[in-house]
Design a protein around this ligand. Structure first.
Ligand SMILES: NC(=O)c1ccc[n+]([C@@H]2O[C@H](COP(=O)([O-])OP(=O)(O)OC[C@H]3O[C@@H](n4cnc5c(N)ncnc54)[C@H](OP(=O)(O)O)[C@@H]3O)[C@@H](O)[C@H]2O)c1
Length: 338
């Protein structure tokens, strides 16, 4: 095993979307393990829009990544050395292993162990990682879908959105997707469960939503916030459920942007507007993963991975995700390194 570790460090505090220049790659010696630790060789690094919030110095649900340290990230890999009896060499693990080749970790860094699902290791950082788990738990718990209801989902071709569309379809709902290009809209119709799908850049939003949702929507699974949220909220039917999963369209929260006042719409339509953070739900990851695997095996859930090869791809990958250059889950493949 290599004695050195190539790592992506956060070296600049991004004002909005992190740029490749906010990161630097170094090659540091690996420290020996102490009792209770194990070493994970990362196979796939996760690229998540949430990393923008972790890298920034504005209020969030977690502490900012310190400048000069390894960029906080989820990853999936295998244990290659261990001084912990419950985590033997060879165990597959998914967790807080950072944008680097090797993580020196302990039990608290592990989100899930790789179960024997027959799916490739990469799936454990995508459809069975926070993206699929978020889709499953947030959609079912907060959406409370009933057959025949209409579900609107934003970033419908993204890692979370592409799964939500299919879960909604499996729940017997009519599924309407919003995404950023005609090509992605076609994929949403073909692969991601949508009955109708629209490129939100193709025409003014009010016109597009009137066309997309002539009957209104019962559930809006929103990954973007901003103008799409402001307008789509007014397409929700009485008793509608709005799931705030992400705010990808907001370039910066400092200062917080302003928009139309929608509280009257929330009141008169008797809407439920719920926020969701996946890390509050660790106790239910196994249950959600089992549900996802069952749907995959039944042929009712497909997933797409947007895989870039090599650690050097990581610094620019977040910018690409925010530019909508990904389809499905963005991962960095390190299997050829180290
Ligand atoms: N709450 C939680 O616990 C939790 C967990 C996981 C993810 N999330 C959130 O869920 C959202 C989706 O995450 P993901 O990993 O699945 O990412 P993703 O959808 O695969 O990638 C982000 C997508 O955002 C869209 N986008 C970027 N800028 C936009 C803009 N200005 N307006 C509209 N859309 C824009 C792009 O899709 P288009 O090309 O379609 O525009 C891009 O592909 C993110 O906001 C993420 O932070 C939340």
């Amino acid at each position: 095993m290599s004695e050195r570790n190539r790592r992506v460090l956060l070296v600049g505090r991004p004002a909005g979307i992190p740029l490749a220049t906010d990161f630097a790659i170094d090659n540091a010696p690996l420290a020996p393990l102490v009792s209770g630790q194990f070493r994970v060789r990362n196979h796939y690094l996760s690229v998540d829009p949430a990393q923008r919030g972790w890298a920034a110095d504005v209020s969030n649900y977690s502490q900012p990544v310190p400048l000069g340290s390894v960029m906080r990230a989820l990853a999936v890999g295998r244990i290659v050395a261990s001084r912990h009896p419950d985590f033997p060499v060879g165990t597959g693990v998914y967790g807080w292993f950072g944008w680097q080749q090797f993580a020196t970790a302990g039990p608290a860094d592990v989100l899930t162990r790789v179960a024997d699902t027959g799916l490739p290791l990469s799936a454990h950082a995508g459809v069975l990682g926070i993206n699929g788990l978020t889709a499953w738990l947030a959609f079912h718990d907060l959406g409370r879908p009933r057959g025949g209801e209409t579900v609107l989902v934003s970033t419908a071709a993204g890692a979370v959105g592409s799964i939500v569309g299919q879960l909604a379809k499996a729940a017997g709902c009519v599924v309407v997707g919003l995404t950023g290009s005609d090509e992605k809209a076609a994929l949403c119709l073909r692969d991601f469960g949508c009955d109708r799908a629209f490129n939100y850049r193709s025409r003014p939003l009010d016109r597009l939503l009137a066309e997309a949702l002539p009957e209104g929507a019962d559930i809006f699974f929103d990954n973007v916030g901003g103008e799409i949220l402001d307008r789509a909220l007014r397409s929700l039917r009485p008793g509608g459920r709005l799931i705030q999963c992400g705010t990808a369209s907001i370039a910066s929260w400092d200062p917080a942007p302003t928009g139309p006042r929608n509280e009257r719409e929330v009141l008169t339509r008797r809407l439920t507007w719920s926020g969701f953070v996946i890390f509050d739900h660790a106790a239910r990851f196994a249950e959600a993963a089992a549900g996802l695997v069952a749907l995959i095996r039944a042929g009712a859930l497909t997933y797409r991975e947007d895989i870039r090869v090599g650690l050097d791809e990581a610094p620019g990958a977040l910018g690409d995700v925010y530019a909508g250059r990904n389809t499905g889950k963005t991962l960095i493949d390190l299997t050829g390194e180290g």
